[in-house]
Design a protein around this ligand. Structure first.
Ligand code: ASP
Length: 339
């Protein structure tokens, strides 16, 4: 019988209204189970590991990502797939982080959650949970069909490190602007096999050492030297530059000088766009030419979530800085397209 481990971290899916003030707070897995009697009709062996305490995902951290990755790693041989129930707010960060921590993943790790708690009549939780389990169980020729960390939400399966939380209101909470869906659920589960990673030849490796000492500099017209220097002169080890369009910034001398100084101090600086769709192209406009010349790295079409977690991961490997820089511009888990 197919065996799946459900890891319940918290999130709206299992929340209930606090009787004192009506606010949504995380609650235990029992009430998820009670609300989905269909679970016992699935032809899988399901085990549940519940976090204690359960969390709103705004309280996620690299430490908890590590716990999650270790849970998958230590149970890897015993299960065919993993479903992680998680709040949607930071699900894309967790999915990206896990994709880097779990190298040579050959089994599905499907994150899901919901926009409405499972106890509410119009909830999206049941479909999300049941289909996530089906995806985690799907095999072809004895191999998992989706050997990736992915997010399943509102009938769509996304590569985890390509996804972003896009909508607070609609059931379609996620999008993957720069990568095709991995699967769609209608009457049938339709897998887009050309876009799914191949099963790795080597065995699973766990790498959980993350360095989270990162600064983020989001540009806007009128940004002041104080705001820029607060990041570039700080003690961070890396800077994410969120730029305009295809990677452009102001060409004001004070601004470019502050970046040059940061780079001279070995701060890894990555340029990603504030636009959600498309790729950074350094040197396309005059307003990005100097960035390229001074050694700012292109984040290409990375999401913000993947950039943050990839930097933490790469810096945690403890490699010489030039090697770390090379890894940042290379696809490690299908998170970017550089050509
Ligand atoms: N605040 C919740 C969380 O991320 C939202 C959700 O689950 O959708 O835990």
């Amino acid at each position: 019988m197919t065996k799946i481990l459900i890891i319940y971290t918290g999130g709206t899916i299992g929340m209930v209204n606090d009787p004192d003030n009506g606010m949504l707070i995380p609650f235990d897995f029992e009430q998820i189970k009670n609300n989905v009697p269909e679970l016992s009709r699935l032809n899988y062996h399901l085990d549940v590991h519940s976090f204690e305490p359960v969390l709103d995902s705004s309280n996620m951290s690299p430490e908890i990502w590590k716990t999650l990755a270790e849970l998958v790693y230590s149970n890897y041989d015993a299960y065919d797939g993993f479903v992680i129930l998680h709040g949607s707010d930071t699900m894309a960060f967790t999915a990206s982080a896990l994709s880097f921590m779990l190298e040579n993943l050959g089994k599905p790790v499907v994150l899901t959650g919901s926009q409405l708690p499972i106890g509410q009549i119009r909830t999206d939780a049941k479909e999300n949970l049941i289909t996530a389990l089906e995806i985690a169980a799907t095999k072809e020729d004895g191999k998992a069909l989706v050997p990736e960390v992915c997010i399943y939400f509102d009938a769509q399966l996304f590569r985890g490190n390509r996804s972003i939380k896009y909508n607070i209101e609609k059931f379609e909470a996620f999008r993957s602007p720069n990568y095709s869906l991995l699967a769609e659920a209608g009457v049938h589960l339709q897998f887009h096999k050309n876009y799914i990673l191949d099963t790795p030849e080597e065995s699973l490796k766990l790498r959980t050492n993350f360095n989270s000492n990162i600064g983020v500099l989001k540009l806007y017209p009128g940004i002041t030297p104080q705001a820029v220097l607060a990041i570039t002169e700080s003690k961070v080890d890396a800077i994410i530059l969120e730029t305009f369009g295809s990677g452009n910034t102001t060409t004001a001398e004070w601004f470019l000088d502050s970046l040059k100084e940061a780079i001279a101090k070995d701060k890894i600086t990555v340029d990603i766009s504030q636009c959600k769709k498309g790729s950074v192209q350094l040197g396309r406009y005059e307003t990005s030419r100097e960035l390229q010349q001074m050694g700012i790295l292109s984040g290409y079409d990375l999401t913000f979530e993947a950039t943050v977690t990839k930097l933490m991961f790469v810096m945690g490997l403890g490699l010489p800085i030039e090697e770390s820089k090379k890894l940042m511009e290379k696809s490690l888990r299908g998170e970017l397209t550089s050509e």
